[in-house]
Design a protein around this ligand. Structure first.
Ligand code: HEM
Length: 457
């Protein structure tokens, strides 16, 4: 009887789609659920209840509600299917750890993300982005590049050197593939109830095991190199030594943190960069302005010049927030927008839905780097989350992304992508753990002609 009650939908306390409507949209929900979430918010309002079996599930689609939940960590925990399945890969690292464990962990690693420490990320990113530019030059004009793969590769090399002092150049493709396989499996695992997951042969279970072995081997290699003094931790942010020298880091925490930061620190940045490059490739005028800015920066070496590149990244994060879904579990009964939310409810918050809501953004479907984007996160703009669980890598990611844009867009003209859907037309979204162009992003590139003097710099 108890098992049967788990299959029954929870009592309805807020409007929302019924069972048949969910079934009608099942294909879309399993493919790219973002349009369905947007439609639900339009049809039912700021609190939408889904007819899921077991504990009540709500989408919260209003600015104030997002703030209310994310700014109140003690009342809303991370014991959700999203984080349970992510922890199959990252264990109890900083991203998935629930509140009690998280506090001590965050305190330990925070110094590696102070402004002083992340200054080192600047020259590492410049060097690694120039490696990518060099490869694109070798490809010979005119040519096509797989921009998604290139962004994943550069982001992984930057995180490897910045956090671990490790040169991942040789292994970055394997590690990127392992991360991608692991995250695909995480999405599929999230759809399988926890108790069943251990024995159910859900798709991608085998590739998850292979990917975990690959990630664990990378961690073992890094730790062995660190023990042997072979890592260049001097140039890094000091993240790895902070962890290795800390006697409070117990059991598997070292492994879990390394995998967490490898995964969280590269897929997200790669996604933001890919979408930014996509829109840059569609807009000749924007490209011209970015090239001007990049030329000034090549001359001065001053990243403070890169305002437009920063604004372009911020706008890409509004329209395509890599972490498009953030979930919480309500630990106590609460009231949100007049609705009584029972303790134990699953709460879904989406920076994608809020970022494209015309109540907060005029013409939300238009990519416009000149629009006003708040510097600090708000309930309508929270690609890095909000409150105490705000992304620890935010400043590093923003710095890294604008430098990569400047290093590439200053050297190459990007042509619009060719997709199965036509040249330069809308690229379909794949919304897994992060948000990517569904069929990748192939861009044509052509070298920008510059004076010999500028080329020397
Ligand atoms: C564009 C790039 C990035 C985006 C969009 C992004 C997004 C996010 C979001 C939304 C959260 C909060 C999740 C929640 O509240 O449930 C988060 C947390 C986190 N991110 Fe990022 N992130 C990015 C880059 C990075 C980088 C570069 C690193 C590491 C080098 C990183 C490491 C983490 C970690 C460890 C957490 C957990 C923080 C905590 O709970 O204390 N992220 N990120």
């Amino acid at each position: 009887m108890k098992a049967l009650s788990k299959l029954r939908p929870a009592p309805q306390v807020a409007p929302g789609p019924n069972g048949p409507a969910m079934l009608r949209n099942l294909r879309q929900i399993l493919g790219d659920p973002t349009p369905f979430l947007q439609q639900c918010a339009r049809d039912y309002g700021d609190v939408v209840q889904f007819p899921n079996p077991g504990r009540p599930t709500f989408l919260l689609a209003g600015e104030d509600l997002v703030k209310q939940v994310l700014m109140d960590a003690p009342r809303y925990g991370k014991d959700t299917p999203q984080y349970q399945s992510l922890s199959l890969v990252t264990g109890e690292g900083l991203l998935s750890a629930d509140t009690a464990l998280w506090k001590g962990q965050r305190k330990r690693v925070q110094p590696a993300f102070h402004h002083r420490s992340i200054r080192n990320v600047i020259h590492i990113t410049q060097a690694e982005a120039r490696v990518t530019a060099e490869r694109w030059m070798q490809a010979g004009p005119p040519c096509f590049v797989d921009a998604g793969a290139a962004m994943s590769d550069v982001a992984l090399r930057v995180v490897g050197r910045s956090l671990f002092g490790a040169n991942l150049t040789g292994s970055s493709a394997d590690l990127a593939a392992a991360t991608e396989d692991a995250l695909t499996a995480v999405v599929q695992a999230a759809r399988v109830p926890t108790g069943i997951r251990d024995w159910a042969p859900y798709p991608a279970k085998r590739s998850l095991a292979t990917a975990l072995t690959e990630l664990d081997n990378a961690v073992d290699l890094m730790l062995a190199q660190a023990e042997a003094g072979k890592l260049d931790t001097e140039e890094s942010t000091g993240f790895l030594p902070i962890l290795m020298d800390n006697t409070e880091v117990q059991g598997t925490e070292l492994r879990d943190q390394i995998v967490t930061f490898l995964v969280a620190g590269h897929e997200t940045v790669a996604s933001a960069l890919t979408w930014a490059l996509y829109h840059i490739s569609l807009d000749r005028n924007l490209q011209g302005r970015l090239q001007h800015e990049a030329q000034r920066y090549y001359g001065s070496g001053d990243i403070a010049e890169l305002n437009l590149a920063g604004d372009t990244v911020a706008e890409a994060l509004r329209m395509y927030p890599p972490a498009w879904l953030i979930t919480r579990r309500s630990l106590v009964e609460t009231e949100l927008a007049g609705v009584t939310i029972p303790a134990g409810s699953l709460l879904i918050l989406s920076p994608f839905v809020l970022g494209r809501d015309d109540r907060y953004w005029p013409e939300p479907e238009r990519f416009d780097p000149d629009r006003e984007i708040p510097r600090q996160p708000t309930g309508a703009y929270f690609p890095f989350g909000l409150g105490s669980r705000l992304c620890i890598g935010r400043d590093m990611a923003l710095l890294e992304a604008k430098i990569v844009i400047a290093e590439l867009v200053g050297r190459f003209w990007l042509g619009p992508p060719r997709t199965g859907h036509g040249r330069g037309t809308t690229v379909p979204i794949s919304a897994g753990v992060t948000m990517h162009p569904r069929d990748g992003l192939r861009l044509s590139i052509r070298r920008v002609m510059r004076s010999a003097a500028a080329e020397q710099k």
